[in-house]
Write a protein that binds this ligand. Sequence first.
Ligand code: 5GP
Ligand code: MN
Length: 365
Amino acid sequence: MPKILLTLRQFPKHDDLMTITKSISEEKVAAVKKMIEASRRIVITCHKTPDGDALGSSLALAAVLAGDRKYVHVVTPDTPPKILKFLPGADHIVIASRFHERAKHLLDTADLVFCLDYNAPMRVDRLEPLLMESPAPRIMIDHHLDPADFTDIAISSPEESSTCALLYRLLYQMGWAGKIHADAATCIYTGMLTDTGNFSYNSNNPDLYLIIARLLTTGINKDEIYNTVWNTNSVNRLRICGYSIYRKMHLFPEYSLSLICLNRGELNEFDYVKGDTEGLVNKPLSIPGIVWSVYMREDNKEYIKVSMRSIGNFPVNTICEKLYGGGGHLNAAGGEFHGTMREAAEKLFLMLPEIKAYLEKSANE
Ligand code: 5GP
Ligand code: MN
C-alpha cells in the first residue's frame, strides 16, 4: 500500500504553521545583504539548458534587485526553452552562446555575481571561463547535493524542493519579501511549480504553501501559470510524446526500469524543438512497479542527453554520476554521454545486475 498519511514530525507544529521557517543562517543572510548593498553592477547566472527553476529564480532575483536600483543582468549559457518566454524579464536575458562578448563584458565589469540553481562551475558549460575569470565575488543559491567550493558565500540547501523556494526564504529572511512584486512572484511560483511537478513530488513541506499564499497576494495568476507551463502543447510535442510511449517505451520489470531512447531521425521526423519532450521521462513512473525511468535523446550523432527520474529512495543522481558524469537530485537527475546511442544504452545495461542487487536490498529493508 502506498503511504498516503505523512507525519508532520519534521515540520513545525500546527500552531507555528503561519510562520515560514528561517532555515538559512543569520550570518549568511547578513553577509548576502551586505554584499548586495556594496554592489551596483550585478550579474545573475544559472545552469545551461535552463529550466523553470533556474530561469525563474534568476529573473525573480533580477526583478527584486532592479527595483532596488541595481544595474542587473541575467546571463544564461544557452537559449532557454520557448515555453519559458512568458516569464517577466525573459526578453532581456543575455544568452552567452549567442552574445559571447556582451556576456564577457558584463561578467568582467560586475561587482557581484550570483550562481543560481547549480552547484559546480561546469554546469554553466561554455560560460565557465567567463564566470571563473570575473573578478567579482560570487554567491551561490542552490538546492543540489555536494556543492563545489567556487563561491564566496554558498546558500546550499539540498532539502529544498526548488531554488525558487530557497530564494524566497532568503529574501524573506533579509526582510525583503515586500520587494517581491507580481513579476518576481510569477517567476518564483513557476520554479516552485516546475521543480515539484506541479506539487506532486518533494512538496510535503507546509512552508511551500505559506510561500505560495504570500506570492498570491501580489496578484499572480497561478492557474494561468499552470496552463502556460504545464498544459500547453504544440501538435509536434503531443505527437512525439505519444509516439515515444507507444513505440519506444521499453519496460524491464525485473529491474523496475523503463527506458525510452529517441534517435536523431525520430526527432527530425517530429520537427523536434528543445522542450518538446519535457516531462516525458516522468510518465513511465505512473506504472505500478516501475521505480526508475531513463530517457536518452540523441541531440547529435556524438552526443546523448540522458534524463532519469525515480520514486522512493532510488538514487538516480548516483547512477547519472557514475555512468554519465552527471548528477542532480535523488529522484531527478541527468547526464551527458559523448558517443552513440547504442554505447550509452550498453553502459546502462552493463550496470543492471548491480542495480538489481541494490533494488532487492532496499526492498527488503
Ligand atoms: P533534466 O532531466 O530535467 O535535464 O534534469 C533533471 C535534474 O538533473 C536537474 O535538477 C538538473 O540540474 C540535473 N542535471 C541534468 N543534466 C545534468 C548534467 O549533465 N549534469 C549534472 N550534474 N546535473 C544534471
Ligand atoms: Mn532546480
